[in-house]
Design a protein around this ligand. Sequence first.
Ligand code: NAD
Length: 309
Amino acid sequence: MSANLLLGKPVQGALLEEVTAATRAITDAGHRPPHLTAVLVGGDPASAIYVRTKTTKCREVGFGSEGIILPEETTTEELLAIVRRLNGDDKVDGILVQLPLPKHCDTKTVLDAVDPAKDVDCFHPHNTGLLVQGRPRFAPATPAGIIELLERSDIEISGKHAVIIGRSDIVGKPMAMLLLHRHATVTICHSRTPDLAAVCRGADILVAAVGVPGLVTRDFVGPGAVVIDVGINRVADRAQAAEILGDAADWARFEERGYLVVGDVRPDVAEVAAAVTPVPGGVGPLTIGMLLVNTLAAARGRRDIGNAG
Ligand code: NAD
C-alpha cells in the first residue's frame, strides 16, 4: 500500500483564483485593491526568497505589494518607527515582518507593535486571543493552510484524534486551536513528551512541526493515518540525507545546490499512512495562499468596501 500524496499547489491555485476574483470585484466597485507590505531585515537568502515570492504572488492576484528591505544593523527602535508608519498609512492593509529578525532585534516588541487589524501573520496577542476563543480575525497562515488542505481533500476532522508534534506560537499551538474548533480531540507533543512514537501512533491525523529532519519514522504512524509534514530542513550532509530519504533522495539536486530540503517525516511513512504531504510541495504553497486570504480579509475588515469581493 502507498499513501495518497496531498499536494499543496492545487489548493494554492484554488485559493489564488478565489482571491483574484474577490480582488476584481473590489476594484470593479471602484475601490483600491488590498495592499500588503513586507518588511525584511538583513540579507538572509532564504528570507529574501520568501519575501520576493510573497510580493510576486500578491501582484499575481491583483494586490498592491511592496517589500521594504532594511540593513542587518537596523535597530529595534528604527524597525518600530517603520511599523508605526505602516500602521498609520491608510494605503497599507497588511503588514508582514519577515522572521527571523537579526538577534539584536526584539522580535516580540516589534510584532506587538503591528496594528492588529493589519496583522496578517496573526502574531499579535490580540489576534491570538480571538483565535483561542474560536472567533479568529485571521488564522496563522501555515496551520490555516493545513485546514484548507484537509477540508478540500475531504478528510474528516470532527471526532478524530489529532496529534501535533511541536508547540510553537506560529505552527503548533494555532494548529491545535484550529483542529479543536473543528471538533478533533487534540494532543500536543513537544521535546519533553515521553515515548513520542507511542503517542503519535494513536493519531488519525498527525502533524509534524518540529524542525528535526526525519524525526517521524514508520513506527510513529498507525495504519491509515493522515500525516502532515510542516518541517522544512536543509540537509547538507550526504550521509544524513541518504539515511533519511533512501531511494527518494534527488542526488542531481543535491549536487546542484549542495543540500536537500527534507521534512520532519521520512518518505517511507507513505507505506503505512493513508495520506501524506510531500516536502517540498506539500504545506509550503498553502502558507502563501493563506497569507493572501488574510490580506484580503484585512482589507475588508479595515475599509468600507461594502459587499464588494
Ligand atoms: P520552533 O523551533 O519554533 O518549534 C519547534 C517545536 O518542536 C518546539 O515546540 C519543540 O518543543 C518541538 N521539538 C523540538 N525537538 C523535538 C523533539 N525531538 N521531539 C518532539 N518535539 C520537539 O519551529 P516552528 O517555527 O514551529 O517550525 C517547525 C518546522 O516547520 C521548521 O522546520 C520550520 O522551518 C517549518 N515551517 C514550515 C512552514 C511552511 O510553510 N511549510 C511554516 C513555518 C514553519
